[in-house]
Write a protein that binds this ligand. Structure first.
Ligand SMILES: [Zn+2]
Length: 261
């Protein structure tokens, strides 16, 4: 997955590949100058944007895998945010705790069922109620399995309905998290700052926020481009997703215009 970037040394635009870490240590192909680009986006956001891009480009089947993965990573995001929020209210050192959190995550990283279980109890612990949205029906699990594991070719309308359902669920989780989401963002910023400290003098650093379907508030970022008005409660999931796709999905497509995934 590539996106355009501009070299701060010679102002030439070139393409670079998205990296999971968000840290892009680049050598400009035109002037050979080194610079580092930090992209402020979480993995679940990136995956949902990839799904939206695939859906809008007519690749409905490919979109399903991205939406499903995005939802799983959103559960991880929630779990991390809640765990960090609790630690922030204690005497624990957050840097050390962040490392302990990573070590704990490794015990569930390869098994999505374990992750779901950990998430369910984190949700109960914070919200005081069972995560009733975790049923296979609410998550569209059967549809997802038919497409991903049995090779079924879904219709665009089915994928849109699936995406709309997950989009509503994820937005609800993010709304419930509120400022707790900033804890995960803060850890990302800490990783970026640490990387920056290892760079020799004279290597320019740039921080970018790319348009996306979710509008997460960040430390060090801006609220530019966020909705000034709240989404009317009367809209159903499908309408909310359609509106977001029209408003921000096009920006996502334009960012990657004419490029192969
Ligand atoms: Zn250059």
């Amino acid at each position: 997955m590539r996106f355009p970037t501009r070299c701060p040394h010679c102002q030439t635009e070139h393409q670079t590949e998205y990296l999971d870490s968000g840290i892009h240590d680049l050598i400009c192909p035109a002037c050979r100058g080194r610079y580092v680009l930090f992209v402020r986006k979480h993995r679940f956001e990136m995956l949902f944007d990839l799904g939206t891009r695939a859906l809008m480009g007519g690749y409905a089947r490919e979109a399903v895998a991205n939406f499903a993965a995005s939802c799983e990573r959103c559960f991880e995001f929630y779990l991390r945010a809640v765990t960090l929020e609790r630690a922030a209210g204690s005497t624990l050192d957050l840097d050390t705790f962040g490392e302990e959190l990573d070590r704990t995550w490794k015990t569930v990283v390869s098994q999505s069922e374990r992750q779901l279980g950990a998430f369910a109890f984190a949700y109960l612990g914070r919200e005081g109620r069972a995560p009733d949205f975790l049923t296979p029906r609410a998550l569209g699990t059967d549809f997802r399995n038919r497409v991903i594991h049995r090779g079924e070719l879904p219709r665009e309308a089915e994928v849109e309905a699936y995406a709309a359902r997950l989009y509503a669920l994820m937005n609800r989780l993010l709304a419930e998290l509120g400022d707790a989401a900033l804890h995960v963002t803060l850890l990302q910023e800490r990783d970026y700052a640490r990387y920056r400290e290892t760079l020799p003098p004279g290597v320019p650093c740039r921080f970018e926020e790319h348009p996306g379907m979710f509008q997460l508030r960040r430390f060090g970022g801006t609220d530019k481009g966020r909705d000034a008005k709240a989404t009317p409660a009367a809209l159903n999931d499908a309408a909310v997703f359609q509106a977001a796709m029209q408003e921000r999905g096009q920006l996502v497509v334009e960012l990657f215009k004419g490029r192969r995934a």
